[in-house]
Design a binder for this molecule. Structure first.
Ligand code: C2E
Ligand code: CA
Ligand code: CA
Length: 507
């Protein structure tokens, strides 16, 4: 059997495993990159707040003096020199006491109440320029010092130039992201990473990458994916080659027998004088699912060498019994059904028992079962073999010696064996043509058969000349393409039905 599924399954498993490992690797990398980005953003915000802290010192100095031109100038300079700061405010008794803006202006619509939180986010609705701000707050004596950092700088600190990762700054219960206003933090999100600053009370929040992400594989692992696909295709190909190479002809044949792919064909044996049917010879065919019908010449030698000939013939016998039982009423009494048996099968201990069982499997006892013993392969004729065939003969089997004249086992055993008839090999019949000399060898073979008092069946009759010659020589049982080719059972049924008056053979 061709193992096609296994290499494909192995390749699919390999590909899935490879893609899974690739996905896992990309997931780890994405997590590590997200975390590194969050740490970097936290570092940026820390640096901005350091500026705010430094500016606060200046504001404290000013708050201890008075908010005159010089004080205002000091605050303005500080706000201008620190690149990320927007305004510096000194609040006393909930009113702007001094500011870095001209005229002690404030960016905020209202002064936030004094709290202990050093950091908080103010939404856009509470600022004059309608932009959210981050505020760094300090208390000193009776002063509340507020340093505002514009959203633009906060967003700049969070920007990692990555489309895949978005960071936001969480302060208290509020958050500000890369776009939009200050919003309440969403606590329900579970897939969120967090990096908290050790120095200031804020955290950088970011979405954790999902464990499985097809897009991520395509975006970052396409080359590896293509490589993986190539590797799996090569693996499937190599596995397919190896597995189907390792299946020996014997294994393939064993599978075919088990699946019932070895089927019987039937070649009619006719009476040459009137063309009436006298019987059939069963010839094995391999009904291959893709290659069609395969000739026995290519698998019988393998079956004989491997011992598979026994299960092969048993399978044929079972099918022949089923076929013949189905048309028993259409068969004339004495109809011959010949089965080819190899020497190794005949010498197996269960041979006689199998043949008797075969006989008993027919619904009617009127058929003549023929055991065709080939002379083509060496048949080691000993007493046991002679005894076996003679038992079958006594039990009503017809014993036929196949391929007569081609064997190299000698003819000595013909005296001991009860041979009912011989089958003249087709190679002798094939030589016969219009030339009178062409019959010389066949003349000798027929002469020998007659001297041994053997009945004769001629095989391989293909032409009118051959038929005429055989008729002249009183060889009446004939087999060959001139009459019928071997046919499947359905065709045999048609042949039988087209010949309503099949001649009854009386032995
Ligand atoms: P075989 O037993 O001598 O069978 C006769 C062979 O001659 C068959 O070949 C048949 O198709 C072929 N034949 C019949 N008439 C003509 C004709 O007019 N011209 C020519 N050129 N050939 C003709 P096939 O079916 O290919 O079988 C070949 C051989 O394989 C058989 O020779 C037999 O030795 C062996 N074989 C076939 N089936 C079985 C089987 O079930 N068991 C065993 N052990 N051997 C088998
Ligand atoms: Ca034969
Ligand atoms: Ca033959």
């Amino acid at each position: 059997m061709r193992h096609a599924l296994l290499p494909v399954l192995a390749a699919v498993c390999l590909f899935i495993t490879g893609a899974f490992i690739l996905n896992l690797q990309l997931w780890y990398s994405a997590r590590a990159e997200s975390y590194a980005g969050a740490r970097y953003a936290a570092k940026n915000i820390n640096a901005i707040l350091d500026e705010a802290m430094l500016a606060t010192r200046t504001a404290i100095e000013v708050s201890a003096k008075s908010c005159n031109v010089e004080g205002q100038y000091q605050l303005g300079t500080e706000a201008a020199l620190q690149p990320h700061l927007r305004t510096l405010l000194i609040v006393k008794q909930a009113k702007v006491w001094c500011s870095s803006l001209p005229g002690n202006g404030a960016l905020l619509t209202s002064i936030p109440a004094m709290t202990n939180t050093p950091l908080f986010l103010v939404p856009s609705r509470e600022t004059l320029n309608k932009k959210p701000v981050l505020i760094y707050q300090t208390h000193h004596a009776d002063s509340q010092i507020l340093v505002t950092i514009s959203d633009q700088h906060v967003r700049g600190a969070l920007d990692m130039s990555s489309r895949e990762r978005t960071y936001s700054l969480r302060v208290g219960n509020n958050e500000i992201g890369m776009s939009g206003d200050v919003r309440p933090a969403d606590e329900s999100l579970t897939q969120t990473g967090r990096v908290a600053s050790k120095k200031y009370p804020f955290s950088i929040m970011y979405p954790q990458p999902p464990l499985f992400d097809i897009q991520r594989i395509f975006r970052h692992g396409l080359a590896i994916l293509i490589f993986l696909l190539l590797i799996t295709a090569v693996t499937a190909y190599v596995l397919d080659k190896l597995m189907n190479k390792s299946a020996t002809p014997q294994e393939i044949l064993r599978g075919a027998i088990a699946r019932g792919e070895i089927v019987p064909f039937y070649q009619p044996v006719v009476d040459g004088r009137d063309g009436s049917l006298r019987g059939v010879e069963v010839l094995a065919r391999w009904k291959h699912p893709t290659a069609g019908y395969i000739s026995p010449a290519s698998f019988i030698p393998i079956a004989e060498k491997s011992g598979l000939i026994i299960p092969l013939t048993q399978s044929l016998m079972k099918q022949v019994a089923d076929n013949m039982n189905a048309i028993m009423t259409k068969l004339p009494e004495g109809f011959h059904v010949g089965i080819n048996f190899s020497a190794s099968h005949i010498t197996s201990p269960t041979f006689v028992e199998e043949c008797l069982k075969f006989r008993d499997s027919f619904h009617s006892g009127t058929l003549h079962l023929v055991v065709e013993v080939t002379e083509r392969e060496p048949l080691h004729v000993d007493e046991a073999l002679v005894q076996r065939l003679n038992i079958l003969h006594e039990n009503g089997f017809v014993i036929a010696l196949d391929d007569f004249g081609t064997g190299y086992s000698g003819l000595s055993y013909l005296h001991d064996l009860h041979i009912d008839y011989i089958k003249i090999d087709q190679s002798f019949v094939a030589r016969v043509n219009a030339d009178p000399d062409s019959t010389r060898i066949l003349d000798c073979v027929l002469d020998l058969a007659r001297k041994l008092s053997l009945s004769i069946v001629a095989e391989g009759v293909e032409t009118k000349e051959q038929l005429d010659y055989l008729n002249q020589n009183n060889i009446t049982f004939l087999q060959g393409y001139y009459f019928y080719r071997p046919v499947p059972f359905t065709e045999l049924v048609k042949i039988l039905l087209s010949k309503p008056r099949v001649k009854v053979v009386v032995e």
